[in-house]
Design a protein around this ligand. Structure first.
Ligand code: ADP
Ligand code: MG
Length: 698
């Protein structure tokens, strides 16, 4: 599996020190902890715990305040709580002979009784939950008459020394696996702290508070989770202790932040040193340009660049004429006009006598770019070559007398081993989030330190931007071209579909076009509740006849895809029935309706991209999300989309709801293993880590 180098987890780095002959205690196998034999080591390995450090950094899932238990009498319906009681009755209940059996026991703490049930009785239960044994019981009562909790978490109270670890304090409840109870894991962590806490080293870059001013919070912008800087940071050893056995619950967050800061700092050091190394080694190719192609291009373009486009181009021009090769991320919401910026950047490099490569994630998008650039560039005497999986190097002969270089456009087929990109001055990657860092670097390596411009419409929350793209400079197009119609978004249930199709007919009759999107290609791929495009195509055709509908999905042959797209562009097809294949880049300004069925099956960022296909012309546009999903999460997500068209807000909300997986796109998320850092919340810590990393490297 490709593993982008700068995302390698910092697990080792934070153990500090030069590589020594003998491994540090932190790297010792977990069997060094008393109480861990080969059997337990095997179980711990299932939790990805292999070393002493892994165990010490095993993050608790939650905490229980066992300094005070709730009297059973005071249990409230559906409110999780811990009680402490003695078993007064227990036994197996069987409905019929040989049928499923249930185990039930009754706890009493002197204030009231609590019934607990396990729906699958296990053979060991009768011995374990024996009358007179005392247990801690954690769970949510599902009834109060009688008081009952099904499948509670329980822990045996053993009188004696253990009292200190498991009760009379705030205790951690860790992630568990079969065969390892909360009590066992807690004991092992406790033991590991006893043996090794004093040997938890500060990171190789030294004790953090010594860096001082780097850690002052941003004035006026201090979120609740921020560190109490005035009292200083705990040492790493203290922080590890605090996250497992805090004195007060507030300690947990302080310890977590310290450990998260270490993780982010290690990550930033990797990112920044990579960039440094690159700057030392690489001399920039002179691609600043002289406007000889740019001038006629802008004159023929048909619109004036927006202020945001212009200022981004100023930054890019400075880079292209600068000392070090450009490494720039261009972020701009869907429809903000990144393609025109890419074209201008390409012209600068072409003016300098260099060739340019532009890589897009799908054939449809590569072909669309090819057509646009052909229209723009061929009159200027620039060569164009297309390289996709199905179409190789279709050359458009230059018409101008003064031949300028070549613009290569393609998919990842550009990366093919034998395919040469001579005199490469600039690499442009469109919809970067669809590629891995490895692919980006593979294209760059086809040249001799060419300039790099990566573009993405997926608005990346600042936290992720600084982490994932920390080695890139960032430009933002924060303004849409004027004269765009607004987009209205509605969430509806399938019941309303007939009305929705009536509405689409109206719009088509008025001359507009529509996209209709389904999550799946084929019914065979899916359960019956998720609609598939091949099946629904027939329904849509009937519903919209005599207007024409076209079908587009990943399993259609490229040549046919191209025909369908061409027909849609020419308005010979009024409705394009498709999968999320059309999510990136497709630009048909006359299309003003986006209908998405089973909307709950798409990520928020993806829905936002899909919606970005409309609202590209002057007409008012409509996005209709169909979903029968009833869960709070699904409803909340769709509501965010209905409430805002601001891509950054959507991305941030998505990050909070679903974690970084979707935003990072394929693969990249898996390799970013943060134990304590939270990419959705820790913007301040990430900022501090950047400053720290810069100081450390200086
Ligand atoms: P994206 O940033 O999503 O890639 P595109 O580059 O596809 O956006 O641009 C969206 C549409 O806006 C295209 O039709 C493009 O021609 C048009 N466009 C780009 N810049 C401007 C501008 N400055 N004024 C008017 N229209 C523009
Ligand atoms: Mg685009």
């Amino acid at each position: 599996m490709p593993n982008p180098e700068h995302l390698v987890p910092p697990a080792v780095a934070i153990s500090g020190g030069e590589p020594a002959a003998a491994p540090l205690p932190m790297q010792w196998p977990v069997t060094a902890v008393r109480g861990v034999g080969s059997e337990r080591a095997k179980l711990l390995a299932k939790l990805d715990i292999h070393t002493v450090e892994d165990l010490l950094l095993h993050k608790p899932r939650r905490y229980e305040d066992r300094r005070k238990f709730l009297p059973i009498r005071d249990l409230k319906l559906k409110e999780a709580a811990t009680v402490r009681g003695k078993i007064v009755a227990a036994g197996v209940k069987r409905w019929k002979r040989g049928e499923r059996a249930m185990f039930e026991c009754v706890f009493d703490d002197g204030t009231a009784r609590l019934h607990c049930r396990w729906w699958q009785a296990q053979p060991w239960m009768e011995d374990w939950y024996a009358v007179n044994r005392e247990f801690l019981v954690y769970g949510k009562p599902d009834s109060l008459k009688p008081r009952n909790i099904d499948h509670p978490e329980t822990e045996l109270v053993e009188p004696g020394e253990d009292e200190f670890i498991h009760v009379n304090r705030i205790v951690p409840v860790h992630a568990l696996t079969d065969g390892l109870t909360a009590r066992v894991v807690r004991t092992l962590v406790w033991q590991a702290l006893e043996q090794f806490e004093a040997q938890v080293p500060e990171p190789a870059w030294g004790h953090l508070p010594a860096v001082g001013s780097a850690l002052s919070p941003t004035p006026g912008k201090t979120p609740a989770r921020d560190l109490p800087f005035l009292t200083g940071l705990p040492t790493r050893a203290n922080a590890v202790h605090m996250v497992h056995f805090p004195e007060e619950l507030t300690d947990v967050e302080i310890g977590r932040q310290r450990l998260a800061l270490d993780e982010f700092t290690a990550l930033q050091i990797q990112i920044q040193s990579r960039r440094k190394k690159f700057e030392v080694n690489a001399r920039a190719l002179p691609c600043g340009g002289d406007n000889r192609l740019m001038k006629p291009f802008l004159a023929a373009l048909g619109f004036k660049l927006t202020g945001a486009q212009t200022s981004v181009l100023r930054e890019i021009r400075a880079d292209l004429g600068g000392e070090h090769p450009m490494r720039r991320l261009l972020q701009g919401d869907v429809g903000s006009g990144k393609t025109a910026v890419a074209a201008c950047s390409a012209l600068m490099a072409l003016e300098g006598g260099f060739n340019v490569a532009l890589m897009a994630p799908t054939e449809i998008l590569a072909e669309q770019h090819f057509r646009n650039f052909q229209k723009w560039f061929t009159p200027l005497g620039i060569n164009l070559a297309l390289q996709t999986g199905s179409q190789k190097t279709e050359n458009a002969a230059p018409t101008g007398a003064d031949k300028a270089g070549t613009l290569y456009i393609g998919t990842h087929a550009l990366l093919t081993g034998g395919f040469e990109l001579p005199q490469l001055g600039l690499v442009i990657i469109d919809e970067q989030h669809k590629f891995g860092v490895t692919q980006r670097e593979a294209l760059v390596r086809k040249g001799n330190y060419p300039h790099l411009l990566v573009m993405t419409a997926t608005p990346i929350p600042r936290t992720l931007g600084l982490t994932l793209y920390g080695d890139l400079d960032v430009s933002v197009i924060d303004e849409l071209p004027a004269g765009r119609g607004s987009i209205k978004t509605f969430v509806r249930t399938t019941e309303k579909l007939p009305k929705v199709f009536e509405f689409i007919r109206e719009k088509i009759t008025a001359g507009r076009q529509a996209y209709i999107v389904y999550p799946r290609v084929d019914v065979a791929d899916t359960d019956k509740d998720i609609k598939a495009v091949t099946k629904e195509f027939e329904t849509v055709k009937k519903a919209l006849a005599p207007f024409q509908a076209g079908l587009l999905h990943g399993r259609i042959k490229p040549a046919e895809k191209e025909l369908v797209m061409a027909a849609f562009r020419a308005n010979k097809i009024q409705a394009l029935v498709a999968t999320s294949l059309i999510e990136v880049g497709v630009d048909v300004p006359n299309a003003t309706v986006m209908l998405i069925e089973n909307a709950e099956h798409f990520g928020l960022a993806q829905l936002h991209q899909l919606r970005g296909r409309i609202g590209r012309g002057a007409h008012e546009s409509f996005c209709i999300l169909i979903s029968d999903a009833l869960t709070d999460e699904a409803q909340a997500r769709l509501k965010i989309l209905a409430d805002t068209t601001d891509g950054f807000k959507i991305a941030e909300a998505d990050l909070k709801l679903r974690g970084p997986g979707e935003l990072l796109g394929q693969r990249q998320s898996g390799s970013m293993r943060l134990r304590f850092g939270n990419l959705a919340e820790d913007l301040n810590l990430i900022r501090q880590a950047r400053v720290l990393a810069a100081k450390i490297l200086a």
